[in-house]
Write a protein that binds this ligand. Structure first.
Ligand code: FMN
Length: 167
């Protein structure tokens, strides 16, 4: 069973979450591959999809929004899971809720959507990003919860194996 994991990331934190998901799906025996949203040329032969994005200014990234609008009809026919990566779950600061990602997520109707805490490293940000982060009182650090991320991927694998055993 082929599972495509497509994660949009600007500074790498979300991409690494995508990689951890791929690893867990592969451990469970699935044929899992990761792709950048802009590199996907077809969904033919794909049995299930996991889409994810870093959240910037309450939005999913443009690359994943383009991917969703391009492949929308096919995505709606496939088992699909979604995740957001942001800092809203981090107790300090007032960055906004990454679930406010609007029509992109609503249009694909995922089986489940999770919000994972991300990473903020001021040194890697542009001047503009850094000012926004400071204005939002965003906390620096790596808040990713790998056990939670990997457990979610294991649950996806279990669900797929139960519902699509023949694929
Ligand atoms: C300019 C800027 C705006 C951000 N806006 C949000 C936001 O609206 N909601 C949120 O939860 N996180 C926000 N974040 C935090 C990022 O989503 C977080 O750092 C994430 O891990 C980045 O992922 P990436 O390394 O894959 O790009 C923002 C970060 C920056 C630098």
């Amino acid at each position: 069973m082929k599972v495509l994991v497509v994660a949009a990331s600007k500074h790498g934190a979300t991409k690494e979450i995508g990689t951890a998901i791929v690893e867990e799906l592969a451990i469970a025996g699935l044929d899992a591959v990761q792709a950048e949203p802009g590199d996907v040329t077809t969904l033919d032969g794909v049995d299930a999809v996991v889409v994810g994005s870093a959240v910037y200014m309450t939005q999913w990234m443009e690359t994943i929004r383009n991917f969703i609008s391009h492949y929308g009809p096919q995505l709606r026919e496939l088992p699909l899971w979604a995740f957001s990566c942001g800092l809203s779950g981090v107790p300090i600061g007032n960055v906004q809720d990454p679930r406010r990602i609007g029509p992109a997520l609503l249009s694909i109707n995922p089986i489940d959507h999770q919000t994972f805490k991300g990473r903020m490293e001021f040194s890697g940000l542009s001047l503009r990003e850094r000012s926004i982060a400071r204005l939002g009182n965003a906390p620096e650090g790596d808040y990713r919860e790998w056990d939670k991320i990997r457990a979610w991927a294991q649950q996806i694998a279990a669900d797929l194996k139960e519902h699509l055993p023949e694929a």
